[in-house]
Design a protein around this ligand. Sequence first.
Ligand SMILES: Nc1ncnc2c1ncn2[C@@H]1O[C@H](COP(=O)(O)OP(=O)(O)OP(=O)(O)O)[C@@H](O)[C@H]1O
Ligand SMILES: [Mg+2]
Length: 590
Amino acid sequence: MNDNEKYYTLKTIRRIWKSYATGSTKLLLIALSCNAIVALTTPALPELIRRVIDDIFVNADRSMLTILPLVAISIMLIRAAGTYGANVAINYIGQRIVGSLQKDLYKSILNSDLAYINSIHSARFISSFTADSSKLRETMSSVVVNLSRNILMVAGLVGYLFYVDAILATIFFIVIPPAAIGLKFLGKRLRKAIRMSLEEIGTLSALVSETLKGIRIIKAYGKEKIHLRKASEVIDQVVNFSMKGVRARSASAPIMEIVTGVAIACIIYYAGNKSLDGLMTVGSFMAFTTAAGLLYDPLKAVANLQAMLQEGIAASQRLFPILDNKPKIQEKENLKKLETVSGSINFENISFSYSENGKHVLKNISIKIKSGQTVALVGPSGAGKSSLLNLVPRFYDVSSGKVKIDNIDIKNLSLADVRSASALVSQDTLIFDLSIRENIIFGNENVTDKIFQKVCKDSLVDEFVKDLPDGYETIAGESGVRISGGQKQRIAIARAMIKNAPILLLDEATSSLDSESEKKVQIALDKLIKNKTALVIAHRLSTVRNVDIIYVIDKGIVVEEGDHDSLIKKDGLYSFLFKTQFPESAVEKN
Ligand SMILES: Nc1ncnc2c1ncn2[C@@H]1O[C@H](COP(=O)(O)OP(=O)(O)OP(=O)(O)O)[C@@H](O)[C@H]1O
Ligand SMILES: [Mg+2]
């Protein structure tokens, strides 16, 4: 079953109803009955007009002068109450459905594998959250309104037309279908234009968002003109599609006018004849035209039901796959418990690739890290160092082999246990748009002030926060724009210190800090590593001189291992990398 079949109309509606609206059955019943009341009182309006004209104006029946106004007020009151009740109930249901749907969507995103999240542009997730879920709400409400109010209204009015004059009604319904076909055709074009312009608007917002993020690079490379041209093209497309929509929409009014003209002509001719023969009252004629006019809106809505459903399905097809995505990284049953973690890590002959049939970025790697040891990974860019690090918190699963913490295969542990065993300081430190304090504590609310202060001192965060206007309450800005690179790293180190996990995974940032900041980050790191098992990816080879073992990785394979001195002696890849970084020290050594 492909996605298109899986998210087919009725199935989707049933599913939404079952998962999100079963608690709203009462509200739905209220909505349906209110709608039915509104629909069934509709034919009363033309009938009222008929009575007013025939009884009061033509037959001069005084008694009707008090009765008919009262009837008018009663009908309107009933309709007003019905409309209000139906609208409130339907919107209530709709909002509830969207709310629960969005919560599930958010949960599903949180629980997704990194591989899945990385495979989809973030804008897609956001539009599912906003546009798709409100589209779905619209569809649901319009289905409810259509199935109760509009269809009943159409039935009631058509019945009334035939009741007033069957032949006139027949003439009327012969004239209408060609117009309906014309309008349907225009509707199709209109929807296509709307869909296309929505897509272009999506492209435009992605472009604007990327421009804002990359404004520095754009300016630095002087690419404003190119971006302006790209944006102009997209905007022109939006205008183009919108104009197509305008043309289609504008064409529908003249079509309706022509058809209405023909219909009116036929009706005048036939009804006039009948009236001259004394077979039709003025009231009946007026009632007929009023009822015919009232038919227009509900008829149009019923005719558009299919199109509305299509749009809803399109939204479901984008939304439900996210909801249905099952994370591949699953917990087994009968999990082992990771009690007091000593923090040894064991990579047992592991191989790894990012996609099922993709090439292996890590091949047959075996690394043993004893509790308390510091092990460094070095190697050229793209060698697979970060990939190896990501396997420890089980962000990805190995293709073969085993990753063990405290000699237990991490697949036999709960994800919560695995992830609380290690703290990660990654290459691209993420700072949230929160205060610096919140960025450091990061949900560990029970951290005491004393620990917080010690951490800030050890990580040297204190040093720069002192000078900020709002101190620890300073808001870091979107992605931490108001904080420098070195400061971000120190915040990340403080965050890891607060977590105080037995295993540390450090992916040293490549962004070249000046030697002053580098020294500070290094001091903070040394404090962080103390008494922990640490797996460190070092780009600056000056930092690995004192580690216990260095593994040199190249193209996903461990090519050398040993301590600094022995690797330099070996005169292999490590020695080569070291010499390129420190030509002067290499000279010293030789
Ligand atoms: N999310 C991903 N999906 C697919 N392939 C990836 C992904 N991340 C990395 N790769 C690929 O895996 C290989 C190893 O990447 P990795 O990030 O582990 O290198 P690295 O040794 O950390 O490099 P650097 O020193 O530049 O940080 C590269 O060829 C890269 O293109
Ligand atoms: Mg890396």
